[in-house]
Structure formats: C-alpha cells, structure tokens
Design a protein around this ligand. Structure first.
Ligand code: ZN
Length: 198
C-alpha cells in the first residue's frame, strides 16, 4: 500500500489522462490551499518507501520567514499557495477573504491598484522561485501547474509567471526550458487519480 495524498492523486490523473500523458520526465505542482506535488522520471512516479515525500510546499524559500503550519518558517506554500495569495489580496483591499476563486481572478486582480499589483508581483516571484527550484532538481520535460491555479489560463498572473520562469537568470540550466502547462483536468484530477494504482 503506497501513500497517496491529493496532490499525488491529481498528478497520477494528469500523467495518465491529462497534460503529462506524452512525457516521461514531469513535475506536477498542485497549487491550492497548500502546495504539493509529484515527480515522474522515465515515466515512473518517484515514490519513497516511507512516508509520502515530495512535500514541495515545505521547501523553505525565505529563511526565517512566515510561520508555516508544519512548524518551520518560510515554507514555499506560506507564500505561493492560492490561500496565501487570496489572504494577502484581502488584506491590502481590507475585505473578507470569503470571495470565490473566480471573483479573485476576474475582479480583484486590478493592476491599476498599486497595492494589488505589489501583492501580485510578489506572489509571482515567490511562485517562480519554488517552480524553478523544482526545475533545477528534476530537469523535467514538462511542469504542470494544478489545483486552483489551473484556472489561471489567459490571466496576466499566469503570463507573467511564464515570463519569470523563462528568464535565463531564474534557472540553472539556461538552454533547456521545460514546457509549462496548466493541469488539463483542473480540480477533478484528484478524484480521477484516486482510482489509479501506482
Ligand atoms: Zn511548512
């Protein structure tokens, strides 16, 4: 019995039926309430013998930074999860954070508002640091971004993130930029993947 969390289930679904189907070396990053994911090399999902591993959200991107629920400080997900992003947007706009993801994407991300723009740029920078760390570690052919972030197709946030990742000074390997795509199966991936055996 292997340990599969939501992010791993979603990764398996994307590998079998979604955006990673035609690739052997893939990194899946689930960006939602927290950040999780999985890596595939030579078509196989990497699975440690003990525990689930691949706690992408808990790699530290800011030494001594924000307190994470895991006990460490400065974890990737305390800066770059959708939850962290929406909380920060709510904070600068001084509103409750009970708005929908769609409302956030379509109404609240106003680049003419300097405070919002600052939060958005910081989010993009933090997210790109984590994504580029994972690119440097695994050198995948493709990186797929899932969870609530998979709904950011066509949004300027996603376009700017791509620019930032593609910048040659964001990654170790200057010559091989992996494909970056959003998860095809969106938030259904977790349920679909739960039925797939590793
Ligand atoms: Zn943590």
């Amino acid at each position: 019995m292997q340990i599969k969390n939501d992010s791993k289930c979603a990764a398996l679904a994307e590998k079998h039926y979604g955006s990673m189907r035609d690739y052997d070396d893939c990194v899946f990053i689930c960006i939602g309430t927290g950040i999780g994911g999985a890596a595939f090399l030579n078509g196989e999902m990497l699975v440690p013998k003990r525990f689930s591993g691949f706690e992408f959200g808990h790699m530290v991107i800011n030494k001594g930074g924000r307190q994470c629920t895991c006990g460490k400080r400065g974890c990737f997900e305390t800066y770059a999860s959708i939850r962290a992003f929406r909380n920060k947007i709510a904070e600068v706009l001084d509103i409750d954070n009970d708005f929908s993801g769609q409302y956030l994407r379509e109404q609240l991300l106003d680049f003419n508002n300097e405070k919002v723009k600052e939060v958005v740029y910081q989010f993009i920078e933090d997210l790109s640091i984590g994504v580029c760390n994972l690119i440097d570690l695994f050198e995948p052919e493709i990186v797929v971004l899932g969870g609530s972030f998979s709904y950011y197709e066509g949004n300027p946030v996603y376009d700017r993130l791509l620019e930032k990742i593609k910048d040659k000074n964001s990654r170790f390997n200057k010559n091989a930029i992996p494909k970056i795509e959003l998860a095809k199966l969106k938030n259904d991936a977790g349920i679909i993947g739960a039925t797939i055996r590793i």
